[in-house]
Design a protein around this ligand. Structure first.
Ligand SMILES: [Zn+2]
Length: 429
């Protein structure tokens, strides 16, 4: 990773981890934060980035992306995925393991890390819970942890076997690494292509009921109660889940959770308008669920925001609703959606929104970064809070264009991205 030097001057620096929100300069030297203070002078030969009128935040971390390499390079590669991340203001991503082969051994995890080395942004691989993501036998979690896994997940597929999940949580507790399972009871959802509700009934397609998510989460919360293993619930999508998590946290269980950008913006009505372009798992839910996501964020029940960036080819997404694959891209719309629908809409104040993209995921996955204290990673996301822009998928850096947000007018954008003191993306003059 870059170990460059840079002075970011004149911005409004917001660092939730140290409760800073003030006009301060940020000096990065040899890839690390050296100083935060007023009126810093650039040391000799250190370039200056003028951030007047802009917000300087710790580097954003998208803790849930699919980079598709190896195995599905026609959808995305490490290079195009990292370029999309940088253009979206993300300095680091945690990559889900549904590649081919998946990182389900120490050797494969080492290969995944080697492949990602030198990427434009930091890439933290997540290891499998089960061998081959097949749900039949536990992957060697200790070996995966030693090789560098930041979490364990079979994302895309649940761990149906309760005994396996219990052992995984016991190991997660010993290793200090969270389990981040895909929570879905397949017996309730198989064949479904959208949320089960009035819209699915009207369209005459098979739905995926909220209970498909909530029942599996209830099971795993019970296993956390038994084992004390850390559970990070990814892509929660129903009002019922928010209540389950609220109660688990009140009971002191080691549980955290994530919401995706589209789940606090769109409802299942979008499937009626856009078909497969709005198909993902978990699906877009009803209006009350979207409201529950916003309330859960505001009340702190929901810890982090992520994208579940899931690139698919145009051909795949042009198939009929029932045949098209689940998932949408998200890296290049995430910051704009967060600012437009949470900050400008008055759901979260700016520091709280930044926290959910920086310090919170760093804390949960024990990643370096996520803050701007001296000695920390020299990663920063530079934001123009009021920049108005229109989502144009044809200009995405991602190899894929499958977004339901084409044509959306958003307010607020990441305009420069700094990783290890190096400017990896900039719209500034
Ligand atoms: Zn995912």
């Amino acid at each position: 990773m870059a170990d460059a030097s840079l002075l970011i001057r004149g911005g409004r620096l917001i660092d939730p981890a140290s409760r800073l929100d003030a006009p301060l300069d940020l000096l990065i030297e040899k890839g690390l934060v050296r100083r935060v203070g007023p009126d810093l002078k650039p040391p000799p030969r250190v370039p200056v980035l003028d951030a007047a009128g802009l917000v300087v935040a710790p580097g954003f971390i998208d803790a849930h992306v699919h980079l598709r390499e190896p195995g599905f390079e026609y959808k995305e590669t490490l290079a195009t995925g990292a370029a999309a991340a940088a253009a979206g203001g993300m300095c680091a991503v945690a990559a889900m393991p549904n590649t081919n082969p998946p990182p389900d051994t120490g050797q494969r995890m080492a290969e995944a890390l080697a492949r990602a080395k030198g990427s434009l942004v930091r890439v933290y691989p997540i290891g499998c819970i089960t061998l081959g993501r097949q749900g039949g036998a536990l992957a060697p979690l200790e070996e995966l942890a030693r090789a560098g896994a930041v979490a364990f997940s079979d994302d895309g597929d649940p761990v149906a076997d309760e005994g396996l999940m219990r052992r995984a949580l016991e190991l997660g507790r010993r290793l200090g690494i969270p389990l981040a399972p895909h929570e879905e009871v397949k017996a309730l959802t198989t064949g479904g292509c959208m949320h089960e509700g009035q819209v699915s009934a009207r369209l005459g397609v098979k739905g995926m009921p909220s209970a498909g998510e909530e029942k599996m989460i209830a099971r795993d919360l019970e296993l956390v109660r038994q084992t004390g293993g850390p559970l990070h619930l990814i892509h929660i999508s129903t009002a019922g889940t928010v209540e389950l998590v609220r109660r688990a946290k009140e009971a002191g269980l080691p549980v955290t959770c994530e919401v995706l950008t589209h789940h606090f913006v769109l409802t299942d009505e979008e499937v009626e308008r856009q078909g497969a372009q709005a198909k993902m798992s978990p699906p877009l839910r009803g209006r009350a669920d979207v409201e529950a996501m916003r309330r859960g964020l505001a009340e702190g029940v929901i810890d982090t925001i992520a994208t579940d960036h899931a690139p698919h080819s145009a051909e795949e997404k042009s198939r009929p609703l029932a045949q098209a694959p689940f998932g949408i891209v998200g890296l290049e719309t995430a910051v704009g959606l967060t600012l437009t629908y949470l900050v400008h809409a008055g759901v979260l104040d700016l520091a709280a929104a930044i926290e959910k993209w920086t310090w919170a995921p760093a804390r949960i996955l024990r990643l370096p970064g996520g803050h701007l204290s001296p000695g920390g990673l020299g990663d920063a996301t530079i934001i123009d809070l009021n920049k108005e822009w229109t989502v144009d998928a044809s200009r995405f850096r991602s190899k894929s264009r499958n977004t339901p947000f084409s044509g959306y007018k958003l307010r607020g954008k990441a305009v420069a991205t700094v990783v290890g003191g190096k400017v990896v993306y900039s719209e500034l003059a």
